[in-house]
Design a binder for this molecule. Structure first.
Ligand code: DQA
Length: 149
């Protein structure tokens, strides 16, 4: 099984960016930890981060035929980007939406997502652990261990 983790704008600043909201763990350490957990599950995980919408669209296109599913924290593009939605749907790659913060407990403009309704699921509000929960859920889904689906 091959998975791809995509992080969008400003997530490269994790660790120093608004730590009260996003915690003090760096993106590099989240990625390293997640790769180790993936390997322990016999899963290959690639990681990508960009602050540019088009670069994320390109990354999704390049993932066609290469990965079984995507974990994506699109950052602010979650709430604005029809282009990312179209890329994910066009690529026909199943995906899980991830957020460190609980976007539903924040400003109104963060309470909507262009990605959520077509995702396998959304994990939001558990800080860096959101990524682990999302990956565990995704692996179980792909292994057909989730009985409700
Ligand atoms: C975020 C939530 C978004 O609203 C915000 O723009 C981010 C981070 C999160 O992980 O909580 O950049 O995606």
């Amino acid at each position: 099984m091959r998975l791809l983790l995509i992080n969008g704008p400003n997530l490269n600043l994790l660790g120093r960016r608004e730590p009260g909201l996003y915690g003090s763990t760096s993106l590099e350490s989240i990625e390293t930890d997640l790769k180790e957990r993936a390997t322990a599950e016999g899963v290959h995980l690639d990681c990508f981060q960009s602050n540019f919408e088009g670069a994320i669209v390109e990354c999704i296109h390049q993932a066609i035929g290469q990965v079984d599913a995507i974990l994506i924290n699109a950052g602010a593009y979650t709430h604005t980007s029809i282009a990312l939605r179209d890329a994910l749907l066009g690529a026909e790659i199943p995906y899980v939406e991830v957020h460190l913060s609980n976007t539903y407990a924040r400003e109104k403009f963060r309470q909507s997502s262009f990605l959520a309704d077509r995702s396998i699921g959304v994990v939001s509000g558990f800080g860096a652990i959101s990524y682990q929960l999302a990956m565990n859920g995704l692996i179980a889904h792909l292994r057909k261990e989730v009985k409700s689906q």
